[in-house]
Write a protein that binds this ligand. Structure first.
Ligand SMILES: NC(=O)c1ccc[n+]([C@@H]2O[C@H](COP(=O)([O-])OP(=O)(O)OC[C@H]3O[C@@H](n4cnc5c(N)ncnc54)[C@H](O)[C@@H]3O)[C@@H](O)[C@H]2O)c1
Length: 345
């Protein structure tokens, strides 16, 4: 496939780029290179002939038109986004710009190109979204593709709006779209401001490991390489106009997650005291959703995808990767806002 991946220098986008190029697809990575990006994330494949990079903003209509015309993609995979909920609480404007206006701009550029090419029925616009658009769950139940939207943070509201735009471009203009809503990801190259890297890196530094509220919030964790595999599967085999909920069936409270990571670190790099002693409860995030959990039956039954690792296996790989790759994460700690308490209103 000829893939145009936006946000391919970020956490999930780079996993998609690495996997796609490894599998022999032709990839154009289009990324603005915000604070969350690093081209080191794609270094393992950037020398290969199937990889090209363009620095561009998805809010720029002419840059998007040029990128699409030059690459002539079979699939546009839109992962470019502002993705950190805490930053969306402090400064929602960039979330509205990139996640809403950017998705609109890319949809329009894609539609015009698709029309100019005679509506090729092999073309796909695949929008990558989150389970956070569905709001929050109680103690039981799961999100499915039919769960009504109920976003509660500026981040999830901007992603929900972008999903609606994608559906509207399918219903109104017939643009062949695919939509995926995934649960929380973790793994190699995870930007150091997100929960799992924060736990690992604070513990290694011997600093308090901050856990919001009482640590009872539940997330359904998916290893990033399993998500990349799911995205390439949907891009290749998904039904036009259909959405797919993607999750790892790996629910854990934030406190359990921190304890599990601390136990892995105790084994891999024993410190002066058990790392779990560093766990510290801090003031909760406003509007902190209680529980997310995905029922991934559709993608499993219709497309045959399932996660390849359990949370235990994925966390063990992730902790090992962070221990081995200090030269990747150390420079990122000095980027603006990283390591600060954000989004506490
Ligand atoms: N991280 C998760 O757990 C998770 C879960 C489900 C869905 N998602 C979605 O997956 C996508 C990728 O998430 P991530 O965690 O890799 O994010 P990330 O923040 O790590 O990476 C985002 C990338 O997009 C780029 N970008 C931002 N604004 C841009 C713009 N205007 N134009 C071009 N590029 C721009 C950044 O430079 C960065 O490389 C997002 O759409 C996010 O909503 C994330």
């Amino acid at each position: 496939m000829r893939l145009l991946v936006t946000g391919g220098a970020g956490f999930i986008g780079s996993a998609v780029v690495r996997k796609a190029v490894d599998e022999g697809h032709d990839v154009l990575n289009v990324d603005k290179l915000t604070y969350a990006a690093s081209l080191t994330n794609v270094a393992p494949v950037s020398h290969l002939p199937g990889y090209r990079f363009v620095q561009a903003d998805i809010c720029d209509p002419s840059a998007m038109a040029d990128a699409i015309a030059q690459h002539a993609p079979d699939v546009i995979l839109n992962l470019a986004a502002e993705s950190h909920v805490d930053r969306s609480i402090d400064a929602p404007d960039q979330f509205i710009q990139t996640n809403l206006v950017g998705t609109y701009t890319l949809l329009e550029a894609a539609r015009k190109w698709w029309v100019s090419q005679g509506h090729p029925d092999t073309f796909r616009f695949h929008h990558v979204s989150t389970d956070e658009v569905f709001g929050t769950l109680g103690a039981t139940g799961h999100f499915t593709e039919d769960t009504p939207y109920d976003p509660r943070s500026p981040y999830s509201a901007s992603k929900a709006g972008s999903d609606h735009l994608v559906r509207a471009w399918y219903e109104t203009y017939g643009l062949p779209v695919l939509l995926t809503n995934c649960s929380n990801n973790y793994g190699p190259y995870h930007f150091p401001e997100k929960l799992i890297p924060v736990i690992i890196l604070r513990a290694l530094a011997g600093e308090p490991v901050p856990i919001y509220g009482d640590g009872s919030n539940i997330r359904d964790w998916l290893y990033v390489e399993d998500h990349a595999e799911a995205l390439l599967t949907v891009a290749a085999k998904g039904s036009v106009g259909r959405s797919y909920a993607i999750g790892g069936n790996n629910e854990a409270t934030n406190l359990e997650l921190a304890q599990q990571i601390c136990a892995l670190l105790d084994r891999a790099r024993p410190g002066p005291q058990p790392y779990a002693n560093l766990i510290t409860f801090v003031r909760d995030r406003p509007g902190h959703d209680a529980r997310y959990a995905i029922d991934p039956s559709r993608i499993r039954k219709e497309l045959g995808w399932r996660p390849s690792v359990t949370l235990e296996q994925g966390l063990s790989r992730t902790v090992g990767w962070f221990l081995d790759n200090e030269s990747w994460w150390r420079p990122l700690l000095s980027r603006g806002g990283v390591g600060k308490r954000l989004g506490s209103v």
